[in-house]
Design a binder for this molecule. Structure first.
Ligand SMILES: Cc1ncc(C[n+]2csc(CCOP(=O)(O)OP(=O)(O)O)c2C)c(N)n1
Ligand SMILES: [Mg+2]
Length: 559
């Protein structure tokens, strides 16, 4: 039944259209520019999470979009609210995540006077979104919101921004709701699949690389069955570790930052690379060195849901315009005769991965982050969600933690700092019954550490681990490589993070030795409160494989 005409405002129609799309959560920082929406949310059944910074709110929405494949929704106010939120919009762009950001806007009558906090959203967000628009006509509210759901999710997913003039929101909308967005699936053609069968039949050393978005748990499971049955080695792209179980015998390793050199050698020696869903961007392509560009010598099959991504960077041997959800079942239906050489490669690659991730490397200092990750992987349930942002500390996550289940890692492929804390809040709001942990660097955490207040406000018992090495370690590492001994703007004086947690109403513990971590972590869990476990890491422990001192000495020696 269509809603009765003229009885609701545009703000109410907007919220009804979100409900029609089965949206459960919105993340926001309020603003007087969109009071009418805040009011419409009151009786909507949608759960509202109020945040302390729009960057955090936008990252929370992005995290929801990432794990569910349906747009995460964020509301912020005009001007400064919108520019703060841009941090999360950029993550959604780089990570191919469906997301909708609604921004309060000045009244239509004041436009172009640079009224209070006025901005031209099309100009500001134009290069960051799939679509930026402004709602001009209250009667078009359902249409515009429906289109936002389609645009954000179709092809290569990404962010949409909709500005909402204050006066439009209060006007009457006579248009009925639009039915929920039904995702646009792109299936491969029979000709392309036949060509792929031919390429596989010729290949002795194929390597599959899974990445991007538009996967589902079922598609992932089908990819496992197929890879294991055929003996195909499968690596994951940067920050897409949950697309393949690391303990599957077909798992070849993580083609991200700081990868196993043996995996890089294997990828370079492959005679066929089948890239499913990802873009092979700067990080997984190892700074565009893995394949010749634009025309790789290695045969490359690129499977992507966005037609515009095919041939954009690499000219593939075969382009398949398809979402992983439709490609993987089509692959399973191909009459392929697996070769013994494939399985031999997969087994060797998997053995390399197990050796690379098996035991922690020695580190200077009292706390070895490798041992911490290994303890977590051995002691946390498989459905635990681990969130993080950016910094060298994440190298130990990528190398030693094992994401056994789909979407249990929520981290930005854009390597945006300050993501791990808001993402953990969003995940615990979404999945209250699953363990959620957030792993952060000291610099990283304080970019959105204020969202710890949201965790306290909503009583979310998440455990936040902070690897505190007193520096912006990643940048210090590059500094020592390029300008050895000349430290500039990378040292940090930090608060007592355990006391920080307590000041907010949470639980805090400080760990100075690896062997004290398990008890501190268990105490954090047992507190039932949002908790911070503050790890004191030696600044010299810069990467699992080397130290800051070694990097500096090497750079000095080569001068
Ligand atoms: C929003 C944002 N600003 C700056 C950077 C550049 N950057 C990348 S890692 C890093 C330092 C991270 O420091 P920390 O969180 O303490 O982790 P560590 O490297 O010390 O382990 C910086 C400044 C970034 N990736 N994102
Ligand atoms: Mg640090």
């Amino acid at each position: 039944m269509h809603a009765p005409l003229q009885t609701r405002t545009a703000a109410e129609a907007l919220v009804a259209q979100l409900v029609a799309n089965d949206l459960r959560h919105v993340f926001c920082v309020p603003g007087e520019s969109y009071l009418a929406v805040l009011d419409a949310l009151v009786d909507s059944g949608i759960t509202v999470t109020v945040c302390r910074h729009e960057g955090g709110a936008a990252m929370m929405a992005e995290a929801v979009g990432k794990v569910t494949g349906r747009p995460g929704v964020c509301f912020v106010t005009r001007g400064p609210g919108a520019t703060n939120a841009s941090a999360g919009v950029h993550v959604a762009q780089q990570d191919s995540t469906p997301m909708i950001l609604f921004v309060g806007q000045i009244e239509r009558a004041f436009r172009e006077r640079e009224a209070f906090q006025e901005m031209d959203y099309r100009a500001v967000f134009g290069s960051m979104t799939k679509w930026t628009t402004e709602l001009d006509d209250p009667d078009r509210t359902p249409e515009i919101v429906s289109r936002a759901f389609y645009t954000a999710t179709a092809g290569r997913p990404g962010p949409v921004v909709i500005a909402l003039p204050k006066d439009v929101l209060k006007e009457r909308c006579s248009a009925p709701d639009v039915p929920a967005c039904s995702p646009v699936e792109t299936a491969p053609g029979a000709e392309e699949m036949a060509e792929l069968a031919g390429l596989l039949a010729e290949a002795e050393r194929p390597l599959f690389v899974v990445g991007g978005s538009r996967w589902t748990e079922a598609t992932r499971a089908e990819m496992h069955d197929l890879a294991e049955a055929w003996g195909l080695p499968v690596a994951n792209s940067y920050r897409r570790a949950t697309l393949f179980d690391p303990l599957s015998p077909a798992f070849a390793g993580d083609l991200g930052l700081g990868p196993n050199p043996k995996l890089i050698a294997r990828a370079k020696a492959a005679d066929l690379i089948v890239l499913v869903g990802g873009r092979l961007g700067e990080i997984p392509s190892q700074g565009y060195t893995l394949l010749d560009l634009p025309s790789p010598q290695t045969k490359l099959v690129h499977v992507h849901p966005g037609a515009e991504e095919l041939g954009r960077v690499y000219r593939p041997t075969l382009a398949i315009h398809a979402a992983p959800t439709r490609f993987v079942p089509a692959l399973a239906r191909l009459g392929v005769a697996p070769k013994p050489s494939w399985r031999a490669e997969a087994e060797a690659a998997h053995a390399d991965y197990l050796a690379w991730s098996g035991t922690a490397t020695p580190q200077p200092g009292g706390v070895n982050l490798g041992d911490v990750m290994i303890w977590l992987r051995e002691n946390l349930p498989d459905d635990t969600i681990l969130c993080n942002g950016a910094g060298n500390y994440a190298s130990w996550i990528h190398r030693f933690y094992r994401f056994r289940r789909y979407m249990t890692h929520v981290a930005p492929a854009s390597a945006s700092m300050g993501y791990g804390m808001p993402a953990a809040v969003a995940m615990k709001r979404l999945y209250p019954d699953r363990p959620v942990i957030s792993v952060n660097g000291d610099g990283d955490f304080l970019m959105s550490g204020q969202e710890f207040a949201a965790a306290v406000q909503y009583r979310l018992p998440i455990v936040v681990v902070i690897a505190d090495n007193g520096q912006y370690g990643t940048i210090r590492m590059h500094q020592e490589r390029d300008y050895p001994g000349r430290v500039s703007a990378t040292e940090l004086v930090n608060p007592d993070f355990a006391a920080y947690a307590r000041a907010f109403g949470g639980f805090g513990a400080t760990v100075e030795r690896t062997e004290d971590f398990p008890a501190a972590f268990r105490a954090a869990e047992a507190s039932g409160l949002p908790a911070i476990v503050h790890l004191k890491i030696s600044p010299d422990a810069i990467l699992p494989g080397t130290t800051l001192t070694a990097i500096r000495d090497k750079a000095l020696a080569s001068r």
